[in-house]
Design a protein around this ligand. Structure first.
Ligand code: B1M
Length: 656
């Protein structure tokens, strides 16, 4: 695809007085730690563009244009970090997505399958099922790419059935990857570079994982199931990681000889998902290795750090990462942009800085938008090592004029080096202040009869826990006390430690899983009035939203404390919620949404329940990263919970 914008190639900047550096030169200078003439501005607009062009809702002046033409005509640098999934010369570029094997034109290295592996592909409508057969056995995967996903702007198929269903599947996968090879794809990448020209800085990759363990986490297992495997099947995980490591090392050597200048090394870093001990052990060594191999070749390492990074700040700072891309600061996460700049910009280029909610007037009023932008400019010192962008991407429902206005601010006031005091600073909390706001630990039971049972929950040891339950029953302890003073008390301690960052997601999930089993075991012993004392809760992620890790945590923890939870899964349609409420008759309906574009579904569910006459029969509670109390009130929900612990308290208080 050529970038025929009607403008002179190489110097595509909209105002004449700015014709000093090209977009590419500016981006490269920022990436290398040199001082560009202006703050580079490269907003990512793929999702916004895909959704609005398909729905016929592009701004009038941009109708009929490609997304690159829109960016260039607004005077922005092209965002060329993520591969253009929708425009690949190879129609099967994403066929093996569930294995993390992609044949993108933007990738300088491709993994290739050995002839020893038999691959059977079956396509049925939106679904692609694949069976991979090896000498060690076979595995199956299934991916979906629906019209609904297209309309929401998503360009990547969803992995519906992951490769790993049992620990044995890890061995089969090792068998597949042991025999794979790596081939160079330099010519296609050079063509891509030539097309982008001076309008952007193309970033390459070969997967978007930061090494073998991250590859296993990202592609092979359901997001929640990974944490159980990581804890329960470490040897098998590491055996597979060794097989992948050989391939990653080979790919690194291929990248080292390539014409690429920047490589993406890992994505979706988040201190809950890619939690610090795992990050230190399995991610940092690979970021360092990439730096050691590619650094001498002048290829910079870029990581897509779009999640919550508070717990990863120091690890990332010392990892060798050159560019932190998709940086999403407070108020969407806990670290302010000023704090990012203060702690990282001595050696890391920060790319991003504008949380996507800033572009949504319904979530960020005009005054807050202006304050944020002023604070941003005043908080980035001289402006070196900074590329302004939207993290992680511009939402489909963004106010496009805000994107344009940010571009105007950069043009008018972003000449580098920035002059201190040119903008009005706003007060920002330091990380220490954010941490200091954490609530004190909830008091837990000290009853010594239940010390061992509490320990078994904390250790996530299902068999030991059930053993303890049996012992206590023999000693005539009341089943309800075993739950409340033993297990629930332990869960509360664990929740607090999780909030404090001293235990991590695998431990919490293992404890909740063990507790679920123990509560089931105890059920026949409970007095009728105490059975599933919490009552029934229906939970699901709303339509159009595929995020389920947080929802699963909430469901697991609710189950853990004795609620009967029916999980409806992801992307649940309004009608399905209404139907299930009628069928299951829950006391509480818990809705999860992680995208600002799917939050309105929550309102629709409440409206549909009212129309169906069942609103009075059920309490509706809502949660998920972008949701807050005001929104909950506004849509007429009965409550909002910011995390699993709050969801438990809320459900208890609503059910009484
Ligand atoms: Co997505 N993603 N993602 N993503 N992703 C976010 C949410 C985002 C904030 C990243 C960013 O901009 N920095 C952003 C949304 C921006 C916005 O809407 N304004 C975003 C985007 C844009 C997208 C895509 C559109 C990206 C794209 O295609 N370019 C795409 C959308 C796909 C879709 O849903 N249609 C997408 C895809 C994905 C992955 C598939 C790669 C993956 C999801 C994997 C999965 O869930 N199976 C993913 C991930 C991992 C994230 C981040 C990095 C982490 C989310 C997470 O699991 N956190 C996230 C960044 C962020 O949130 N800062 C991001 C850990 C989890 C334990 O926390 O889910 O918040 P959380 O749950 C908490 C609470 O929120 C609460 O309790 C939980 C436990 O404490 N809670 C509830 C949750 N549900 C509740 C329900 C309740 C109560 C409490 O009921 C009462």
């Amino acid at each position: 695809m050529s970038l025929d914008t009607g403008f002179q190639a190489g110097v595509r900047i909209s105002r004449k007085e700015d014709l000093m550096m090209t977009h590419r030169q500016r981006l490269l200078a920022a990436v290398r730690g040199d001082m560009p003439d202006h703050i580079p501005y490269a907003p990512r607009i793929d999702l916004w563009y895909n959704a609005n062009s398909l729905n016929g809702t592009l701004p009038r002046r941009h109708q009929g244009k490609t997304r690159d033409q829109i960016a260039l005509s607004e005077g922005w640098a092209l965002h060329k970090v993520v591969a253009d999934h929708l425009h690949q010369p190879d129609p099967d570029a994403m066929l093996h997505r569930a294995l993390g094997v992609h044949f993108m034109k933007e990738y300088v290295a491709h993994f290739t399958f050995s002839d020893q592996i038999k691959i059977d592909v079956h396509r049925e409508g939106d679904r692609t099922r694949i069976r991979y057969t090896t000498a060690k056995g076979s595995i199956t995967t299934s991916t979906v790419y629906s019209q609904e996903m297209r309309r929401s702007g998503t360009s990547v198929p969803w992995i519906e059935e992951h490769a790993v269903k049992t620990p044995d599947d890890l061995k089969v996968l090792a068998g597949i990857f042991e025999y794979m090879d790596v081939v160079a794809n330099y010519e296609a990448f050079k063509t891509h570079q030539a097309e982008v020209g001076e309008n952007g800085l193309p970033v390459t990759a070969f997967t978007v994982a930061a090494g073998p363990v991250h590859h296993i986490q990202k592609y092979f297992l359901d997001a929640t199931e990974f944490f159980h495997y990581y804890r329960d099947h470490q040897p098998e995980i590491l055996y597979l990681a060794d097989a992948l490591a050989l391939l990653y090392e080979k790919a690194l050597r291929v990248v080292a000889e390539s014409p690429a200048e920047v490589i993406q090394w890992g994505s979706n870093f988040d201190d809950m998902l890619t939690f610090p001990p795992m990050f230190a052990q399995h991610f940092v060594p690979w970021i360092r290795k990439a730096k050691e191999v590619l650094g001498p070749k002048n290829i910079r390492i870029l990581c897509h750090t779009d999640g919550e990074n508070l717990g990863l700040m120091d690890l990332l700072h010392g990892s060798g990462m050159d560019v932190a891309e998709a940086v999403c600061p407070a108020p969407m996460t806990k670290v302010s942009i000023q704090e990012y700049y203060r702690r990282w910009s001595d050696r890391i280029t920060i790319f991003g800085g504008v949380p996507s909610n800033l572009l949504l007037p319904q979530l960020t009023p005009e005054k807050d938008f202006r304050n944020f932008m002023d604070g941003l400019f005043s908080g980035i010192g001289t402006g070196a090592r900074f590329i302004l962008g939207i993290a992680d991407t511009t939402p489909p429902d963004a106010d496009f004029e805000r994107l344009v206005r940010i571009g105007d601010m950069v043009r008018e006031k972003g000449r580098l080096p920035l002059e201190a005091g040119a903008f009005n600073p706003v007060g920002t909390a330091t990380d220490a202040e954010v941490l200091a706001k954490r609530e004190p630990a909830a008091p837990v039971s000290q009853d010594t009869r239940f010390t061992k049972i509490r320990q078994a929950v904390l250790d996530g040891q299902e068999q030991a826990l059930i053993g303890q339950v049996k012992e206590l029953l023999q000693q005539k302890a009341a089943p309800k006390d075993i739950i409340d003073l033993g297990m629930v008390a332990a869960m509360e301690t664990l929740n607090q430690a999780f909030k404090d960052g001293t235990v991590f997601i695998p431990e919490v999930l293992a404890a909740a899983r063990a507790m679920n089993a123990a509560v089931l075991f105890l059920e026949p012993h409970l007095a009728e009035k105490d059975k599933r004392a919490g009552g029934k809760i229906l939970i699901g992620t709303v339509k159009g939203d595929l995020h389920d890790i947080g929802k699963n945590m909430v469901a697991t923890m609710l189950r853990g404390v004795g609620f009967n939870v029916v999980d409806l899964g992801i992307s649940v349609a309004v009608d399905a919620f209404v139907r299930k409420v009628a069928e299951e008759r829950p006391q509480v309906l818990a809705l999860s949404a992680l995208l600002t574009t799917t939050m309105p579904e929550m309102r629709k569910v409440i409206g549909a329940l009212t129309r169906a006459g069942s609103r009075e029969t059920v309490k509706v509670i809502v949660g998920g990263a972008p949701v807050n109390k005001n929104f909950a009130n506004d849509i007429g929900a009965d409550g909002y919970a910011k995390d699993a612990a709050e969801a438990i308290d809320l459900a208890r208080s609503l059910i009484g």
